[in-house]
Design a protein around this ligand. Structure first.
Ligand code: KG4
Ligand code: ZN
Length: 340
């Protein structure tokens, strides 16, 4: 069985072919970074237009790299939401067309669930329950997974996502878009102890995240200390800020782990590509004798392999896709998934 997955929720056009045993035969990702960089963030209208220009070529390329033809595909999978509505509609319409023409099923997939599923591509024997930390540009949430397809939201961010805070601070420092990878690279040689950025404290018992206070504190420090690329402690500032974001993530992960006593930890989403965060979560898990499952960076940032992988698991579990012609995209997290 071969599944062709399509992902266009934001500014990456991606198509992948994944087999029944979760072998990734191809995972083609075309980034639009260069298109959006001059604007310092994603311009939704431009993102949709880029997807429509490239989606056909990317799907074709994914089949070629997999060494398969269109007729060899048994089912399709596509990201349905949440994301930028125009971008989602391009991928969904394209996938609907393919499924309609070929009379094969189309499995719609939630973007956040597919980020969680990225962990099973390389590890099919994750012990459950697992606590999953999803950190991306649009979301920062904790999930309790009782099985590969069975999860509930533990907490989420009340304001900015961690990736959003990294990108905004990077933009302020003229590090280009997206800023996360630049901070990862530059912070590696800085001293994280030079600047102390205080972390948000929730007054209730909730495990929710909040990054807008940390972002504002960082921007204020930049202005007060006139920090820019030429500043003697520029790299120290980046390392300190990155460290503060990681401390905030781990503080909640630690409380959630005490509460839910998971057998495994999963780290996923675009920010999970961050080398320091990967190391910190691995060390955190090792100290508590819990296994940590962190997908390779190519499966952390938006990609279609995770979309196809989730559909494979659903097919194996006997799911039936909803009626093809009724499928529509949704821009936000559906209320049922928002947790508390
Ligand atoms: O999951 P993703 O590709 O898209 C969303 O669903 O949002 O995540 C994108 C986010 C951006 O904020 C980007 O700056 C961040 O992931 N990111 C990183 C790294 N690579 C991507 N942040 C820190 N370090 C990285 N290496
Ligand atoms: Zn994402």
């Amino acid at each position: 069985m071969f599944i062709l997955g399509i992902e266009t929720s934001c500014d990456e056009t991606s198509a992948a072919v994944v087999s029944e045993d979760l072998r990734v035969l191809s995972n083609v990702v075309l980034s639009q970074d260069e298109v959006h960089a001059p604007y310092g963030g994603v311009v939704p209208e431009l993102a949709s237009r880029e997807h429509i220009k490239t989606i056909g070529y990317i799907v074709e390329e994914s089949l070629q790299r997999a060494g398969l033809g269109f007729v060899d595909i048994d089912a399709f999978a596509v990201t349905q939401g949440p994301g930028l509505i125009g971008s989602l509609l391009v991928g969904l319409s394209f996938a609907k067309g393919l499924a309609y023409y070929s009379r094969k099923p189309l499995f719609p997939v939630d973007h956040l669930e597919s980020h969680l599923a990225a962990a099973i591509i390389e590890n099919q024997n994750i012990p459950f329950p697992a606590l999953a930390l999803l950190v991306s540009g649009g979301h920062t949430s904790l999930y309790l997974m009782e099985g590969k397809l069975n999860f509930s939201t533990v907490s989420r961010t009340r304001d900015d996502a961690a990736g959003e805070a990294l990108d905004k601070v990077a933009r302020f420092l003229e590090l280009g878009y997206p800023g996360g990878p630049a901070i990862d690279r530059l912070a590696a040689t800085g001293n994280p102890g030079r600047y102390r950025l205080s972390l948000p404290k929730m007054t209730d018992q909730s495990l929710d995240f909040s990054f807008s206070g940390l972002k504002t504190a960082a921007l204020r420090l930049i202005q007060e200390q006139r920090i820019s690329k030429g500043h003697p402690h520029f790299l120290d500032f980046l390392a300190s800020f990155e460290q503060a974001v990681i401390r905030a993530l781990l503080a909640n992960l630690s409380r959630a782990a005490r509460r839910h006593k998971p057998k495994a930890l999963i780290l996923c989403g675009g920010v999970a590509s961050n080398s320091k965060l990967r190391k910190s979560v691995s060390e955190f898990a090792a100290k508590r004798s819990i296994e940590a499952y962190i997908p390779s960076p190519e499966y952390c940032t938006d990609n279609a392999a995770m979309v196809a992988a989730l559909a494979v698991e659903r097919i194996k579990a006997g799911y039936h896709p909803p009626p093809l012609l009724d499928l529509n995209a949704y821009p936000r997290v559906p209320p049922a998934c928002q947790g508390g």
